[in-house]
Structure formats: structure tokens, C-alpha cells
Design a protein around this ligand. Sequence first.
Ligand SMILES: Nc1ncnc2c1ncn2[C@@H]1O[C@H](COP(=O)(O)OP(=O)(O)OP(=O)(O)O)[C@@H](O)[C@H]1O
Ligand SMILES: [Mg+2]
Length: 227
Amino acid sequence: MFELRNASFSYDGETPTLRALNFMIGRGESVAITGDNGCGKTTLLRALNGLLAPIAGEYLFDGARIDKKALANASFAKTFHRRVGFVFQNADAQLFCGSVEDEIAFGPRQLDVEESESRRRVDDCISLMGIEALRYRAPYALSGGEKRKVAFAAVLALNPDALVMDEPLENLDASGRALILDLCRSLKAAGKTLIFATHNESFVAEIADRRIRLAQGEVAGIENVER
Ligand SMILES: Nc1ncnc2c1ncn2[C@@H]1O[C@H](COP(=O)(O)OP(=O)(O)OP(=O)(O)O)[C@@H](O)[C@H]1O
Ligand SMILES: [Mg+2]
């Protein structure tokens, strides 16, 4: 589903933050991206979401090259973003609507999902994340953990084939972490592809099939996760 071939990514278009990465992630796989602070996990997830184009090598999604040109094509970009959902490390970067319910409905509306279906998805995702009480609140005025739950709901409302999650447990209390763990188990059982950066080793052990270990912008190892 996801394939990097000697792909390098850079923020300034010159100095690579990630160098010559090679790996494939198949449909239905759960893959953890691990490594020290600043090693490039967030950068890699941004790249997989098409937010950074390769300065060298290739990024292929289901065989289609993902680069500036491909994503400049509105219908291609729409299909790509419908299939790959992204939960940011910083939920503030993701939330911008006036109310939680509008925030969750935003993606489906943007992607031309019928209004009745959009509303149904909003209800489903609000109940899935247990955020009924937040429905009419303004996202910017929520706590960090509340924002993260809303961000998850907004991504789930797109019903993506793959979820790319940056530190999915950050800011969450024990019950919030248990909720995300359960959710990821169900998504995995439903055949979704999960790619996540985390410092939480027990989450890796629970959810990941494989681990891609990064060190200073390079793949330091790809290992199966033993259970
Ligand atoms: N917007 C940016 N512009 C320029 N450089 C950046 C930008 N964001 C990150 N970097 C740099 O890229 C490198 C990788 O950062 P990244 O955020 O990908 O690390 P990370 O592995 O996600 O770290 P953490 O565990 O702290 O989340 C760091 O050296 C960082 O300073
Ligand atoms: Mg990060």
C-alpha cells in the first residue's frame, strides 16, 4: 500500500531530514515508527500523508507516485486524503471549526459525502469516542486530551483505509488511552492499515506487527514485533 524507494524528505528543499528510506507497508499491517526525539518520526508521517514531497527517490501509494504534481490534481488528492487519515501530534494543527460536530462533519462534507450520511457518521464517531458532552463546544477551548479525541473522531468520520497517527496516546488519561487501544484493536480487526509514531512500548507490543526504527533520519532497523 505504502512504498518508499530511496526517498529523501526535506523541510527546506535541500538538507534532507530523512535520507534514502526504503520500506513497504502492506494493506492491513500495523506498523510502529519508533526512535528518539527529533529522529524524524513526525516528518516521516507527514511525508506519508503527502505534506512533504520527496526531494529524491519515490513515494508510491498503491503504485501511484505521490508528489507535488499528483497532489495538485484535486480529484487525485481527494481520493488519497479520503483513503489515508492523519491524526496529528499537535491536535491544534488539525482543529479549526467552530464546534466539535462541525469539525467532525468537515471531512465528509469536503469529500462530497451526502449530508444525511455525514450526519450519521458524526453521530457514530461522537459515540465511538465518548464525546457526546463536547458536541457543541468550540474545539480550541477543549483540553489537550479532549482535542485528541475530537481529532480522532474527525479522522474516523472519513472512514479511511489507512490511519496515520502521530503519538496517538499523548495527552490522554488512562481511560482515554484504553479507549484508543480498543479502537486500534477494532480498526486492526476490520483490516485497516495502521501506522503510528509512539514512545509507548506497551502500545507497540499490543498493536504493532512490525516496527520501523529511525535514527538520525535513517532507517536503523525494521523488525517484527514479538507477542
Ligand atoms: N517544520 C520544520 N522545519 C524544519 N525542520 C523541522 C521541522 N519540523 C521538524 N524539523 C526537524 O526535523 C527533525 C525531525 O523532527 P521530527 O519532528 O520529525 O522528530 P520526531 O521523531 O517526531 O520527534 P518527537 O519524538 O520529539 O516527536 C528535527 O531535527 C527537527 O528539528
Ligand atoms: Mg514527533
